[in-house]
Design a protein around this ligand. Sequence first.
Ligand code: NAD
Length: 353
Amino acid sequence: MEALITLLPGDGIGPEVTSSAHRALKTVADVYGHDFRFEVRLIGGAAIDETQNPLPPDTVASCMESAAVFLGAVGGPKWSDPHAMVRPEQGLLELRAELGVYANIRPVKVMDELIGASPLRAEYIEGVDLIVVRELTGGIYFGKKTRDESLASDLCVYHTHEIERIVRVAARLAEGRRNKLCSVDKANVLETSRLWRDVTNQTLAREFPELDTETLLVDAAAMHLLSRPRDFDVIVTENMFGDILTDEASMLAGSMGMLPSASLGDSTRGLYEPIHGSAPDIAGLDVANPCAAIASAALLLRHSLGLAEEADAVEAAIAAAIGAGVRTADIARDGETPVSTTEMTDRILSALG
Ligand code: NAD
């Protein structure tokens, strides 16, 4: 098949892991006979440096023309002055809104070989296989902000239709898995959460009566994610709670460097990115774990290009490299010699064909 893919390397380790994902997609194209074209565009701090704009118009134009968009990461200390007029993260938030990708899908699967890389005990995390569905274009990250000398505010807004559509995405995913859905909110305190809970319960009762459903307050969910992570199948939650819970969940899998994400809307065009940030502490050292980026490329193949066999092959190649004992520093245990980003990528691609 033919497809145009826009690559947005961004900042910090973004370019390093984007290069790994790019190589994986090119290998898939060679092995399976596809014609993928790639456009590379600026976003985040790199775009601010060149254009004073974290999301230049030609980046948006290329993304809108593409079948899928891959993003490395944005941000870093160079652009984090609290008084700066523009910030790298604005570019990412605007891009998500432009693409209309309201559903951020974050699978968390604990690989047996990496159980020792997690700070949690093996008996808690063996067999963990869950997906967090995070609402991505609403809530407090997108509400009106105010700031004066002694006061600041961030408005949290949710509309009924925003809740209904994300709950449907999560419920359909659960139907294809273990049929369990957990909705997370803070309905004991927040009005937006009370709406979230009402709309979720109504939508599930009306459209998905067969699902096994559960509701948790976000503080309790943070605890249950660590005390009984195996019980979860699909978790659906609002933007900020999902942001925080998925970083917590990454520790089940051993490292942020293992977790991919797909952001989808009503069309097949999606935005794919590892869940980690730009990791300025290790940027430019060729030590970042590329697994999350390559696994995000697998999600791109599956969800935007409809290439399930190819996606399965990429995921199997990551598992094969991990199974063969290849480890970057973030997932290496005492006595294991870590490999570079480049070598980890080489080993994954060699398993791919
Ligand atoms: P981070 O995810 O960049 O890093 C947290 C820790 O995890 C660091 O110790 C880092 O070295 C490690 N880490 C992350 N990815 C790794 C990988 N692939 N391999 C090995 N180790 C990895 O989070 P942070 O330090 O809080 O944020 C750094 C910058 O990234 C900030 O400017 C933040 O705003 C930005 N950020 C961007 C995104 C995004 O682009 N989607 C997401 C989160 C944070």
